[in-house]
Ligand binder design. Structure first.
Ligand code: PLP
Length: 364
């Protein structure tokens, strides 16, 4: 069991109104008959799956996409009776469980299907086509037709959807994207029967490319108000509202004198008299060691993390003395997840996914 720190002043705030606004803005941007599936895998990218699912449903999401079966089961357990698709590979031995819970699974391989025991209840499947991502999926039109033929033979499996995933949808240069899209269209056109749900769009595709021929989008990162990549910010169709902020409070404030050092390795040494604060957050919370040097903020004033980040604590350099209990923004404007991603040499997705279960989430 993961222990959550309710009795420590370090917490994440999730702005549910921001999630709703992002979903509603995307829906207004989509053709009327295109459904929005909320991608809530990985604990909703660190935002908390059940609360996000509730908010997304209220905002009009028509279903959920997750990565693993356990996430789908947790949604069912919590009472969600909506459409759920597991986008990752699920061992065949659990297909019956998925069928019983009316959870749609992804078929990406003929052997997976032919090796499936006869199920006592219907299993909905979505066929995954690998049009160039090189990850999960069938790589030819023939393979898709074989799957179709196999499903027609079986009374316990329904072909409910077909989908693909783009490798470069978050780039302004679209030639690779166009190639994947053309391939997917060709595969769909070759089917004997078009399934109910034909879908290809992640957030970047849903924001930047027309969805008229498709039935749904899989809206992930931008539901949380984050951009799929920095380079597409100038061409986003509406302003995204980040939902997550991460806060802590100064638990000790002290003055250093020249020569005084901070944290493991004594890698930071004061050159002059200066004020520093100890924060009760560390790499075990997802505030990883690479945050050293990152600037957190107090009322918009930036101040750097100095020395090494420890497991449960870190130290920041203050411009002047502050009182113990002062609220510090770890992630939030102006030190957004995008700014953190740049500092950590990663993407905003990883910044929020990294926040561990030890950090409690408050929904506002
Ligand atoms: C995670 C995922 C998405 C959502 O992508 P975003 O960029 O977060 O919108 C969509 N489709 C698949 C297959 C995924 O794995």
């Amino acid at each position: 069991m993961a222990v959550t720190g309710w009795h420590r002043p370090t917490w994440v705030e999730i702005d549910c109104a921001a999630i709703q606004a992002n979903i509603q803005n995307e829906q207004a941007h989509l053709p009327d008959d295109v459904a929005l599936f909320a991608v809530v895998k990985a604990d909703a990218y660190g935002h908390g799956m059940l609360e996000v699912a509730k908010t997304a449903k209220k905002a009009g999401a028509k279903g959920f996409c997750v990565a693993i079966l356990d996430e789908a089961l947790a949604l069912r357990e919590a009472g969600f009776d909506d459409f759920i698709l597991v986008m990752g590979a699920v061992p065949q031995s659990f297909a019956r469980l998925a069928a019983e819970k009316q959870i749609a699974l992804t078929v990406f391989d003929l052997d997976w299907l032919t090796g499936l025991e006869l199920l006592p209840v219907n299993l909905d499947v979505h066929v995954k086509v690998d049009t160039g991502m090189g990850r999960l999926g069938l790589r030819s039109m023939e393979a898709v037709r074989e799957i179709e033929a196999e499903i027609v033979k079986r009374e316990d499996v329904t072909l409910d959807g077909i989908f693909t995933h783009f490798a470069t949808a978050d780039q302004l240069e679209t030639s690779y994207f166009e190639k994947q899209l053309a391939c997917f269209r060709e595969v769909v056109a070759s089917m004997v029967t078009r399934p109910t749900w034909v879908h290809c769009a992640n957030s970047a595709t849903a924001l930047l490319h027309d969805q008229v021929d498709f039935d749904a989008v899989r809206f992930g990162i931008s539901m949380y108000g984050l951009t799929p990549s920095p380079e597409i910010i100038p061409v986003l169709p509406f302003e995204l509202r980040p939902a997550l902020s991460w806060y802590t409070e100064m638990v000790q404030v002290k003055e250093l004198f020249p020569g005084d050092c901070v944290s493991y390795g004594a890698t930071y040494e004061a050159n002059e008299r200066e004020w520093v604060a100890t924060l009760p957050v560390g790499y075990a919370d997802g505030f990883i060691r690479a945050y050293s040097g990152f600037e957190v903020s107090v009322d918009g004033v930036l101040m750097p993390v100095i020395g090494r980040v420890c497991m449960d604590q870190c130290i920041i350099k203050l411009p002047h003395k502050y009182s113990v209990g002062t609220k510090v923004t770890l992630i939030g404007s102006p030190n957004s997840a995008d700014v953190a991603a740049r500092h950590l040499n990663t993407i905003n997705y990883e910044v929020t996914c990294l926040i561990s279960e030890r950090v409690p989430k408050k929904y506002i």
